[in-house]
Ligand binder design. Structure first.
Ligand SMILES: Nc1nc2c(ncn2[C@@H]2O[C@H](COP(=O)(O)OP(=O)(O)O)[C@@H](O)[C@H]2O)c(=O)[nH]1
Ligand SMILES: Nc1ncnc2c1ncn2[C@@H]1O[C@H](COP(=O)(O)OP(=O)(O)O)[C@@H](O)[C@H]1O
Length: 193
């Protein structure tokens, strides 16, 4: 197993986790590896099975969970999401820093494991801006958008609890948020330039 500490990115849906992470992975593919989660939600246009997520069924996922194949799993907006042991092991085996994108339930579950990651919360500047970004992204139905906004309110409250996150980044200006994320990760790995 690699000695490099994993990084958990969390925060409300629409806060900008994927945007920041994809840029980081593109610019530093020799440093970071993404833990590809399983989900029962449908793929969005452009999403690739095995790259963005392992798209699966509830039955298959429940079977995997019962066999102990998952580090954590959660229900979010009517779908199942989970991190398999294999997803993390695949990244660590390549000697890369493992990045996990999980919701607040996942954060709490991972804290019960021996993964010992750095916990980073990506937060939007406001609920209004979050809603606008989610609407402009055009990936959600009105129903799933409302569920995400409700989950976001809970996430924003829980994230304020002391000790949940090591770092909170407000993703207002994208460039500034990206630089902040890189600076933090630089402290973890001297391999980022
Ligand atoms: N607990 C947990 N949450 C996950 C996992 N993968 C993704 N999520 C979270 O599920 C939520 C919904 O993700 P997604 O459907 O991709 O929507 P998006 O965040 O709006 O792009 C986000 O908060 C993700 O961080 C996982 O493996 N475990
Ligand atoms: N700083 C920012 N300013 C404006 N729009 C942003 C910013 N960060 C992300 N976005 C946009 O907001 C939407 C949500 O970002 P995304 O990365 O999908 O969020 P998440 O992965 O947290 O759900 C996307 O359409 C993205 O292009």
């Amino acid at each position: 197993m690699s000695g490099l500490r994993p990084v958990v990115l969390s925060g409300p849906s629409g806060a900008g986790k994927s945007t920041l992470m994809k840029r980081l992975m593109k610019e530093h593919e020799d440093v970071f590896g993404f833990s590809v989660s399983h989900t029962t939600r449908n793929p969005r246009p452009g999403e690739e099975d095995g790259k963005d997520y392992h798209f699966t069924t509830r039955e298959a996922m429940e079977e995997g969970i019962s066999k102990g194949e998952f580090i954590e799993n959660a229900e979010f907006s009517g779908n199942m999401y989970g991190t398999s042991k294999a997803a993390v092991e695949d990244v660590l085996a390549k000697n890369l820093i493992c990045i996990l994108d999980v919701d607040i339930q996942g954060v709490k579950r991972i804290k019960e494991t021996d993964l010992n990651p750095i916990y980073i919360s990506i937060q939007p500047p406001s609920m209004e801006i979050l809603e606008k970004r989610l609407r402009d992204r055009q990936t959600e139905t009105e129903e799933s958008l409302q569920k995400r906004l409700e989950a976001a309110r809970i996430d924003m409250e829980l994230s304020k609890e002391p000790g949940v996150f090591d770092i909170v980044i407000i993703n207002d200006d994208l460039e500034r948020a990206y630089e902040e994320l890189k600076d933090i990760l630089n402290e973890v790995s001297k391999r980022i330039k």
